[in-house]
Ligand binder design. Structure first.
Ligand code: ATP
Length: 552
């Protein structure tokens, strides 16, 4: 299990880093295995291998050696003391001489780790990055030179002609609107072209279909587009030898696409196919390793195919001001917005913030429970979406579990008739934690239990209409009195309250704060210290990747 600190047989540096909490057993173990298999006993090399695995677990595709010490900062342990770190030059020399390390682009792929441009990669992830790099460069090589595209019109023009187009914009900047225009132009100008619409998660695909509102345009998950075969990891029906038939492939929520999935997608496109990548590079990245969208949008080589949408059509005012300040890394401007007269955004310390969150939870809970009592699932679902409590952490005093318990206690005390008992109590807010495409439900979908004629039903909005299921037969259903910011990605709520991670938490990143704030349509309340806001804004997640640099 992650986090366990009993790497029984680890010695030396591995044991020290493990004991300090900077490495877990799941990092140490593969490093030791490779040591045995490849005849490497230098503990500095083994440490570098374990840190590479650790970086990967945190979402980085490689470990940049000039940033290696970032991995010595751990949430619940003292930072690794300076003297524990091997001398950089000697460490580098040991890696270059190691039988477990391939050096440069030309070496054999038979060793577990590759050292390239000052970064260590696990071989499989290097291979994925190479696929993405080569496929993108091949497509960029034939892209028309149009200068720096800006705005929706440029995005539409680009998508009609360029082999690859990136449409990058925050919430409400008209990404969906632009996809609709692209579809209309494609139908008019290239009526024989076969178009695919896809997204990285089932929920995102369902939302894409819904928001396009076009009966002839149905989005699927990338896994189902590629023909995922159950039971065989990373094996797809479509690959280079059996390419997808589509002439145009449009991907939404691209920030959540991992390097591996991007590699499989690019391999499976026929050479003449055009690719349109749509997303918000400032939001949190994929659960699996990689930061593909952010990498592509920062690489100079792709500047000519990245159309940026900056005008926000949906909201103006304090939320937009705050989101922009966060995105620009301007903590003073963000705090000025939070302290300003507009109640749409606010920051409260925990003591006071807890009371404010309680009020909001109770207001939404009362409205939901009232609709539940009236046997009105549509109204109950609408009331449920009026407020969402978000946490950065899953566990601990700032986590979802703890704040869910608070919410249940408040509702039990403050909403007459609310009794949180069992799996199907009236008013239980629920969330799917698995994909069930065959019944229209996806991981992250939320609903509410509304009894009808004495029986419990869990209601969800499917394609915009409430649909009921038996809560007893839905596998993977949990209560959702609070959710992580990660889970909320792709959804919006009228009011959002955010329990910030405490200062010092590695989860405090600019992307987390930006994603949390931009979930709100009318108001967002941040609960935590000013220092936590400053730290988040000062720390862009900056996953380590070689893609941007190697694209050139
Ligand atoms: N060019 C435009 N002219 C008028 N209204 C627009 C334009 N572009 C977008 N809108 C409107 O702005 C709102 C936001 O647009 P849209 O839903 O396409 O944004 P989005 O980037 O897809 O947002 P999200 O990422 O939150 O889904 C919609 O109500 C849309 O109709």
């Amino acid at each position: 299990m992650n986090g366990t600190r009993v790497a029984v047989s680890a010695t030396g540096l591995l044991a020290d880093f493990n004991a300090a909490g900077a490495l877990s057993w799941s990092d140490v173990h593969p490093a030791q295995q490779w040591g045995h298999l490849f005849g490497e006993s230098d503990e500095r090399v083994l440490l570098a291998l374990a840190l590479t695995v650790r970086a990967l677990r945190a979402g980085s595709i490689c470990l940049q050696l000039d940033r290696i010490r970032e991995l010595g900062q751990v949430e619940d342990a003292a930072a690794i003391p300076d003297e524990w770190w091997p001398d950089a030059a000697a460490w580098d020399a040991a890696l270059r001489a190691s039988p477990a390390v391939t050096v440069g682009t030309d070496g054999p792929p038979s060793r577990p780790v590759r050292l390239l441009d000052g970064a260590l990669y696990l071989e499989r992830h290097y291979a994925d990055q190479e696929v993405v790099r080569k496929e993108l460069l091949a497509r960029l090589g034939t892209a028309p030179a149009v200068g720096l595209p800006q705005g929706q019109d440029a995005a539409v023009d680009l998508a009609l002609g360029s082999p690859v187009t990136v449409i990058a914009g925050g919430p409400g900047t008209g990404k969906t609107w632009t996809i609709r225009r692209i579809m209309a132009r494609l139908r008019a100008e290239q009526p024989d072209g076969l178009v695919a619409l896809a997204a990285p998660t089932g929920k995102a695909a369902a939302r894409m279909t819904e928001s396009l509102g076009d009966p002839d345009a149905r989005a699927v998950t990338l896994h189902s587009l590629l023909g995922w075969k159950a039971g065989s990891r990373n094996r797809f029906a479509h690959d280079a030898s059996r390419p997808l038939p589509h002439d145009v492939v449009i991907i939404d929520e691209m920030s959540m696409v991992s390097m591996t999935l991007m590699a499989r997608l690019l391999e499976a496109l026929k050479p003449s196919a055009r690719l349109v990548l749509v997303g918000d590079p400032d939001q949190l990245s994929s659960v699996d390793a990689g930061s593909v969208l952010a990498d592509i949008t920062t690489a100079p080589a792709s500047a000519g195919v990245v159309a940026r949408l900056t005008h926000n059509y949906r909201f103006e005012g304090a939320i937009a001001t705050l989101a922009t300040a966060i995105r620009h890394g301007d903590a003073d401007a963000a705090l000025a917005a939070l302290r300003g007269p507009d109640d749409a955004v606010a920051l409260a310390p925990e003591a006071q913030g807890q009371a404010l969150i309680r009020e909001r939870v109770l207001a939404a809970g009362r409205a939901t429970f009232e609709a539940v009592g009236a046997g009105d699932p549509a109204a109950a679902l609408a009331a449920l979406e009026t407020h969402r409590l978000l946490c950065g952490h899953r566990t601990g005093p700032y986590g979802v579990a703890q704040w869910s318990r608070h919410a249940v206690a408040w509702l039990s005390a403050g909403v007459p008739g609310f009794v949180a008992d069992g799996e199907a109590y009236p008013g239980r807010p629920v969330m799917m934690t698995v994909n069930r495409p065959e019944i229209g439900l996806y991981n992250g979908d939320t609903g509410v239990v509304v009894p009808r004629a004495g029986r419990a039903h869990a209601w969800f909005l499917v394609g915009g209409t409430p649909r009921d299921y038996s809560p007893y037969v839905l596998d993977g259903l949990t209560s959702v009195h609070a959710m992580t910011v990660h889970k909320a990605q792709g959804s919006q709520f009228r009011h959002v309250s955010v329990v910030l991670p405490p200062a010092g938490s590695p989860l405090l990143t600019r992307e987390l704060l930006y994603t949390a704030v931009s979930r709100a349509r009318e108001s967002v309340l941040l609960v935590g210290e000013e220092q936590a806001v400053r730290e988040a804004i000062a720390h862009p997640a900056r996953r380590m990747s070689g893609l941007a640099a190697r694209l050139g």
